[in-house]
Ligand binder design. Structure first.
Ligand code: GLP
Length: 245
């Protein structure tokens, strides 16, 4: 596991974008796993800028997002469909048929999760996956539990997650109670992982990773097992002492 400690949010965003830019330049038909949340906003801004400057071509790239709330309309302002459209898809030349997100509108969410897994298998899995981390250590929407699922599935959101994500909704009760998420197996099958961890409220996640103890109660700790993971974090997170959850 490689840690890259950054002095600023800008540096973190730029360095993470460098990894993705290189991947697309080396393999124009890369399969990229994408994440949402406030942390990757600067990263997406960099990717869009590079596309506008003519340095990147997304025409053969396939994307698979980690997760989506359930139930949620794809036009809801807080859906990850809208987030991705606003922050990446509407700015670059990705082909519509190459963009994949779990459906927050599916009649049968379990079937939708299964179909999502199959679509990912069909393209041969992920080349490079971007990850953020939840306040309770969740990855995608894989919440702390006694066991974790390998494949895409429906997850019941933890109370702490709904509280943390309530800042984006009118109130906590508006946060959907479930989500569709890629499973840990699918994330782990990515050839390369990039984890973004910024801000003092994520310091516990960095400390837990550094501690080297693996527990499904803090899903981010499992990432230490991946053979090619780079963690981009800030100085505060790296120096903190607190590994409590
Ligand atoms: C959500 C997403 C995660 C993301 C997390 C952190 O819960 N499902 O994939 O990593 O938010 O978001 P933020 O970057 O806003 O802290």
């Amino acid at each position: 596991m490689k840690f890259v400690v950054c002095e600023s949010y800008e540096e973190l965003s730029q360095k993470a974008a460098d990894v993705f830019a290189l991947q697309i330049q080396k393999k124009p038909d890369s399969v990229l796993g994408l994440a949402t949340g406030s942390t990757p906003l600067g990263f997406y801004a960099h990717l869009c800028k590079r596309y506008q400057e003519g340095a990147l071509d997304f025409s053969k790239v396939n994307t698979f997002n980690l997760d989506e709330y359930y139930p949620i309309s794809h036009t809801h302002a807080q859906s990850y469909h809208v987030y991705m459209e606003k922050n990446l898809f509407s700015h670059v030349n990705l082909q519509k048929e190459n963009i994949h997100l779990p459906s927050g509108e599916a009649k049968d969410p379990n079937q939708a999760a299964h179909d999502y897994s199959l679509a990912l298998q069909k393209v041969g899995g992920l080349d490079l996956q971007l990850l953020g981390v939840g306040h309770n250590g969740h990855i995608g929407f894989n919440e702390p539990n006694t066991s974790l699922e390998l494949s895409a599935h429906v997850e019941i959101l933890a109370e702490r997650t709904r509280k943390a994500n309530a800042r984006f909704f009118a109130c906590e009760k508006d946060v959907p109670s479930r989500a569709l998420t890629m499973g840990l197996g699918e994330i782990f099958n990515a050839k390369k992982l990039v984890l973004l961890c910024y801000g003092k409220e994520k310091a516990n996640c960095i400390q837990a990773l550094k501690k080297g103890k693996i527990t499904t109660q803090v899903p981010v700790t499992l990432l230490a097992l991946h053979p090619d993971i780079t963690v981009f974090c800030d100085t505060a997170a790296m120096q903190a002492k607190n590994a409590d959850f």
